[in-house]
Design a protein around this ligand. Structure first.
Ligand SMILES: Cc1cc2nc3c(=O)[nH]c(=O)nc-3n(C[C@H](O)[C@H](O)[C@H](O)COP(=O)(O)OP(=O)(O)OC[C@H]3O[C@@H](n4cnc5c(N)ncnc54)[C@H](O)[C@@H]3O)c2cc1C
Length: 348
């Protein structure tokens, strides 16, 4: 496994449970890059029915993980989706047979820290807050000493197996999965696997909730939002509301640099809080930065060359236990999981 983010650790755990001897290379802290932070949104709701069905499978596996961890890994408060495309989301939920409810703006079923907005809204009752802090503790414990803290410089197919080079060391394996987040593209290119390599800056900001906010608050995704292409919002801890905004791409380009993108993001989401969230104090108390690919939305992508499999996508936290199972099985039988979501090109 190359990459000890949530995807690599989940696959390592799934392989260990199948009795496979596995090593996970991680150049930094496990779950320290795109998997960093305390919380994420879980939702069955997607705009593609296959993604809804996969999210339902993942939710069941999260329940198994919760039993093993002895703590709930998803706080099932529900997720609300609103905005111009809500009909598409509802259609995908209906096609996949997932429970959901359409409500009008101002419905008492909505528990958001917001003024009323242009409806309708979709309530996904199986959605909620993913407890990343608990998942990290669970996975790090479960992988034990299988994580090697080392930067992988190259992955190469040889006659004897797949060679993983790290500094002056090189080891050969029967199979390798590259799930290195922002590092995937460069490593995968070395074995002839072409994966998207575009990067953009992104910032999520946390603010204090004012006393008297509705409880328990639901997670909320809305697109577009005034001045922003969209936002996602959820509880990031007791009394703390996280708001992530999707900005005009020109404001968060890779070339424009992280400081400028963070400044623009901070201003945009703080303005959004002032304008739309009366139950939230517009005083930033936490930041979570990450890189992401501006061309990938929800979707699971796999590509194989021989014994090397690369996995990439966005919003993968909610699929972590399912991805672990899929990647473990693919390592063992040499298969390539089917792509899901909007980009449906068949793997090689
Ligand atoms: C602010 C924010 C909000 C998000 N919101 C949601 C959400 O609401 N719902 C959701 O489901 N998802 C969400 N996501 C996305 C989700 O967190 C990520 O998709 C997921 O964590 C990615 O996991 P990963 O293992 O693929 O990548 P990463 O966590 O980035 O792991 C890859 C690892 O590979 C390591 N690595 C890279 N190159 C090398 C190398 N050459 N050698 C060794 N190691 C290497 C890195 O150090 C890194 O730890 C959000 C992400 C962020 C940051």
């Amino acid at each position: 496994m190359v990459g000890g983010g949530v995807v690599g650790l989940s696959a390592t755990v799934a392989l260990l449970r199948r009795g496979v001897d596995v090593r996970c290379y991680e150049s930094g802290e496990p779950m320290g890059e795109r998997s960093a932070g305390d919380t994420r949104i879980f939702r069955l709701a997607h705009t593609y029915p296959d993604m809804v069905a996969l999210a339902a499978q993942s939710r069941a596996l999260f329940a198994e993980w919760s039993d093993r961890a002895g703590a709930a890994l998803v706080d099932e408060v529900g997720t609300v989706v609103s905005g111009a495309e809500v009909g598409t989301w509802a259609k995908a939920m209906a096609t996949a047979g997932a429970a959901h409810e359409m409500v009008a703006a101002g419905s008492p079923l909505l528990r958001l820290p917001a003024r009323t907005f242009a409806g309708p809204a979709l309530i996904d009752p199986a959605g909620g807050v993913i407890r990343v802090d608990r998942i990290r503790a669970f996975l790090v414990d479960a992988v034990g000493n299988r994580v090697r803290q080392a930067h992988v410089d190259a992955v190469e197919e040889t006659r004897l197996g797949v060679r993983v080079k790290s500094g002056t060391e090189a080891d050969t394996f029967d199979a390798v999965v590259i799930c290195a987040g922002a590092g995937t593209s460069a490593l995968a290119a070395g074995v002839g696997i072409d994966t998207p390599s575009a990067l953009e800056h992104h910032l999520r900001v946390s603010f204090p909730l004012r006393p008297g906010a509705p409880a328990p608050l639901q997670c909320w995704i809305t697109e577009p939002a005034d001045g922003l292409l969209g936002t996602y919002q959820h509880l990031a801890g007791p009394g703390s509301w996280a708001v992530g905004g999707h900005l005009d791409p020109a404001l968060v380009t890779w070339a424009g640099g992280r400081p400028a993108a963070e400044r623009a993001s901070l201003k945009a989401v703080t303005d959004h809080v002032v304008e739309h969230l009366p139950h939230v104090e517009p005083r930033p108390i936490g930041r979570l930065y990450c890189t992401h690919d501006p061309n990938l939305g929800d979707g699971l992508q796999f590509a194989r060359s021989g014994r090397v499999l690369a996995m990439y996508g966005e919003n993968l936290m909610k699929f972590a236990p399912l991805l672990g199972e899929m990647l473990a099985q693919a390592c063992i039988d040499g298969s390539t999981p089917a792509n899901a979501g909007p980009r449906r090109q068949q793997p090689q």
